[in-house]
Design a protein around this ligand. Structure first.
Ligand SMILES: Nc1nc2c(c(=O)[nH]1)N[C@H]1C(S)=C(S)[C@@H](COP(=O)(O)O)O[C@H]1N2
Ligand SMILES: [Mo]
Length: 156
């Protein structure tokens, strides 16, 4: 079964299943993300809710988003996304499909255009299987410029 690991500078590393995300309660469970992100389908949990489960260390400053499926990685300042980051995991009661970037897809509402900022559309990492908290910026192979970005989209 696919899981979402949360590792690194945290007190209690976890390996979360679809059921674990579905069990997140209260405001940390976002039913119908289209309320927050027009046009996006599905249900999500807030990053803040996931962090409560693992208890980040005081020196955790970067959020690493790792997708081994296509070797895509981003490392973004945690403070910039802690209050708005989402993990979309369910559509129509079923796990998010790979076609939609599932089973777990990181999503930042109000992202900047690709390669214009550390928190950009490219950081909406699909197929995330590990979220890693680090003290310093970690592995990040997002495109650096328009040419690299165009090449990435051409491959998709
Ligand atoms: N794993 C992974 N996530 C990724 C990418 C990728 O190539 N691999 N591309 C990024 C880029 S450049 C963009 S613009 C968005 C596109 O997401 P969408 O197809 O859901 O609009 O996904 C981002 N997340
Ligand atoms: Mo992009």
């Amino acid at each position: 079964m696919s899981t979402l690991q949360i590792t690194g500078r945290v007190a209690r590393p976890r390996e979360l299943t679809f059921a674990d995300l579905a069990a997140v309660s209260g405001d940390d469970q976002v039913i119908d993300v289209s309320r927050i992100v027009p046009g996006r389908k599905g249900d999500a949990v807030r990053l803040a809710g996931l962090l409560k489960l693992v208890e980040p260390a005081a020196d955790a400053k970067y959020l690493g988003l790792h997708a081994s499926r296509d070797d895509f990685h981003a490392s973004i300042p945690l403070a910039a996304v802690v209050d708005r980051g989402l993990v979309i995991y369910r559509v129509d009661g079923q796990p998010l499909s790979v076609q939609a970037g599932g089973p777990f897809r990181f999503f930042i509402p109000d992202f900047a255009a690709c390669h214009t900022d550390e928190v950009d559309e490219c950081a909406n990492v699909k197929y995330v299987e590990r979220i890693e908290l680090t003290a310093d910026k970690g592995h990040d192979n997002r495109p650096h410029d328009g040419e690299e970005h165009a090449a990435l989209h051409a491959r998709q």
